[in-house]
Write a new protein. Structure first.
Length: 141
């Protein structure tokens, strides 16, 4: 009897926890079969091995049902726009744990001051890359 009650309590707990999760997943689903913008926690701009620059983005995926699909990079004039996209797989049955991710994007050699913009699901952040003598740079918010 006690064992049956414990199983019933566990089952009810699992059902009640599942409803908010499903509602959150429904909100987060993108318009293209689960593809949506990923959240970026931080990013770094650093010199690359080939004398160019690279941007490293760090973020967290909401659950193991998400994977980082691709990072869209758009270069135009004096700006570089970076948008990470994640893919949701509704067929995966997973526990609710967040998954950290890191992605490095090579932006090549930069000949002039550039504005780097990172677009994610919550906000857009910008950082100016200012060139100095002999390809040294400093970044500022």
């Amino acid at each position: 009897m006690i064992r049956c009650s414990i199983h019933l309590v566990i089952l009810l707990f699992m059902i009640t926890c599942q409803k908010p999760y499903n509602e959150e997943v429904q909100k987060m689903k993108g318009t293209k079969e689960g593809l949506q913008q990923a959240v970026v926690d931080s990013f770094q701009i650093m010199p690359a091995a080939d004398e160019g620059l690279e941007v490293r983005i760090f973020g967290i995926l909401p659950s193991p049902a998400y994977t980082l699909d691709h990072v869209h990079v758009k270069k135009s004039g004096t700006s570089i726009e970076i948008t990470p996209w994640m893919q949701y797989d509704p067929n995966k049955i997973v526990i609710m744990v967040t998954i950290p991710y890191q992605e490095t994007i090579s932006i090549g050699k930069v000949e002039r001051d550039m504005m780097v913009k990172i677009h994610d699901a919550k906000q857009t952040r910008s950082r100016m890359i200012r060139l100095h003598d002999h390809q040294q740079f400093e970044s500022q918010k």
